[in-house]
Design a protein around this ligand. Structure first.
Ligand SMILES: Cc1cc2nc3c(=O)[nH]c(=O)nc-3n(C[C@H](O)[C@H](O)[C@H](O)COP(=O)(O)OP(=O)(O)OC[C@H]3O[C@@H](n4cnc5c(N)ncnc54)[C@H](O)[C@@H]3O)c2cc1C
Length: 317
């Protein structure tokens, strides 16, 4: 019996969302009196992976194979499902890759799967988890009755507390055959920009209140001053004011930064669905009745063309 956590690597480092999953998995392992084992697939370093002990991992099984550097959900799912025969709980972060891998792992192992989980499981009688539903408007408590369980956590589901522990790193043997690579990534074109939006701690996002693409300089200046990523509402990317990879919401990226600053965005439910896991939301809107203020931790009623340059000035002076 053990808890397995699938960790995503980007340029050799474990992604932030996976670090949260590792801390969550280690907490589950503690609850059910077992150990937390991380599976890392692709290029990294032993030192980098040993540091996962800080997040609660006891052991890291590492397949150090450059053939695994391109995300391939099918291959990853095979390796994760076969990695530990005695594993009873598998933990995944919230990301498009982890979603694809977790579903395949659950199908392979005939495991019950629950996604969008917001809290640690209740294990005193059975195994129950709380999940966010209706785009964060409600919660459901779900019992996982299968012997093997797969859990996908919602972003910001846990508040990690780090320790000084070191994880042992062991090789994970992989024999990849041509048939395993039936789907092969031929090229990857990464979105430009200094801060990756899905992993960003700080996000400055803007909507139609900015009036046009020529005005985005004030959004970028504030983002630069904060070291934040930029995002936008759907109509903004639909109108090609901003690239589509910046669109957040129900039909776009789901983000969960520590700070989300919404500038000239009305706060439609479809927009909130992608940002309501953010820890702190600041809304800047000239309309005091804008719906977004109901979801805001802090609100500024004002004109973005006045407020944003002033905020940037305070941060850079
Ligand atoms: C099926 C479906 C899926 C959708 N998915 C998404 C999604 O994923 N993401 C998404 O964002 N939307 C989505 N939408 C669209 C959503 O319903 C809203 O239409 C959209 O979010 C509105 O974008 P906005 O707030 O930028 O624009 P608007 O609704 O036009 O709001 C602009 C805001 O800017 C304010 N403003 C104007 N000028 C200024 C100024 N000078 N200073 C300060 N404030 C100012 C206004 O008061 C207003 O509140 C979806 C809709 C549907 C039907």
């Amino acid at each position: 019996m053990s808890v397995i956590i699938f960790a995503e690597l980007a340029d050799g480092a474990i992604k932030k969302s996976s670090l949260e999953a590792i801390f969550y998995g280690a907490s589950v392992a503690q609850l059910i009196h077992t150990e937390a084992t991380v599976i890392a697939l692709g290029s990294s370093t032993e030192d980098e992976l040993a540091k996962l002990g800080n997040w609660g991992a006891h052991k890291v099984l590492w397949a150090n194979d450059t053939a695994l550097n391109e995300n391939n959900a099918q291959v990853y799912a095979n390796l994760v499902a076969n990695a530990a025969a005695d594993a009873t709980v598998f933990i995944f972060a919230k990301s498009s890759l982890s979603d694809a891998v977790s579903a395949r792992v659950a199908a392979k192992l005939k495991a019950g799967i629950v996604t969008n989980v917001t809290d640690l499981p209740e294990v005193t009688s059975g195994f129950k988890v709380k999940r966010s539903i209706y785009t964060g408007k409600a919660f459901a408590t779900v019992a996982l009755n299968t012997s093997v369980k797969v859990i996908g956590i919602k972003k910001n589901a846990v508040q990690p507390v780090l320790s000084n522990a070191t994880a042992t790193v062991e090789p994970l043997a992989t024999v990849l055959e041509e048939k395993d690579l039936g789907v092969k990534v031929i090229a990857t074109h990464k979105a430009s920009g200094t801060v990756s939006l899905p992993e960003a701690d700080l996000v400055v996002s803007a909507g139609r209140g900015l009036k046009g693409p020529e005005n985005w300089g004030i959004v970028e200046d504030l983002a630069k001053a904060l070291g934040a990523a930029t995002a936008c509402s759907k109509p903004v990317s639909d109108a090609d004011w901003r690239p589509h990879h910046e669109h957040v919401g129900q039909t776009g990226l789901k983000v969960a930064p520590n700070l989300y600053i919404a500038c000239g965005i009305s706060g439609a439910i479809q927009h909130l669905a992608g940002v309501n896991s953010s820890k702190v939301i600041v809304v800047i809107n000239k309309d005091p009745e804008a719906p977004f203020f109901k979801s805001a931790d802090y609100g500024i009623v004002g004109d973005v063309f006045d407020i944003l340059p002033r905020l940037t000035k305070v941060l850079t002076d």
